[in-house]
Design a binder for this molecule. Structure first.
Ligand SMILES: [Zn+2]
Length: 163
């Protein structure tokens, strides 16, 4: 791990995996279980947040892609972006895989990962996660297509909806 922004070796863009359930790409265009974290990109109120939860100790991090801290993340309480990230991860990977990865213990029959986190604050991971997202987009752009990519719908130019 580096704290000073120096890139380190990691796998290149993950192959596109068919989600367990359909998920809303306009809300959470990117989610992955990688580097010991559940991490991803959440679009909210025309801002882009980069959120992560570390596996095991449940360190929470949420910042805009410009590295501004998320106002909704108060120490150990997950913000709505982290909640949306968890929902997207469960849709993408299934509940069992996400709980195993994060080492969350759910009560019998429980499905609420957010409530089961024993969370603490974690260092800002936005630059690393956002660059992973950009690699993911680059991967998606490889096949030539004229179809709009759902992963890009959150960009203001294509996601503009009248208020
Ligand atoms: Zn947040």
């Amino acid at each position: 791990m580096t704290e000073n922004g120096i890139a380190y070796e990691r796998r290149s863009a993950a192959p596109v995996i068919t989600p367990v359930q359909p998920r809303r790409l306009a809300k959470v265009p990117f989610v992955e279980l990688a580097e010991g974290r559940l991490q991803g990109v959440v679009s909210s109120a025309s801002r882009v947040y980069v959120s992560s939860i570390t596996a095991g100790d449940h360190g929470l991090s949420c910042n805009t892609n410009n590295n501004r801290p998320c106002g909704g993340l108060g120490g150990t309480r997950p913000c709505n972006h982290i909640g949306a990230l968890i929902d997207a991860a469960v849709a993408q990977y299934g509940l069992d895989r996400v709980t195993r990865y994060l080492k969350v213990t759910l009560p019998d029959g429980g499905q609420d990962i957010r409530a089961a986190l024993h969370a603490k604050a974690a260092p800002n991971r936005a630059p690393e996660v956002f660059s992973s997202f950009l690699r993911h987009l680059a991967y998606l752009e490889l096949p030539p297509t004229v179809e709009p990519l759902p992963e890009l719908q959150w960009f203001p130019a294509t996601a503009a909806t009248p208020r």
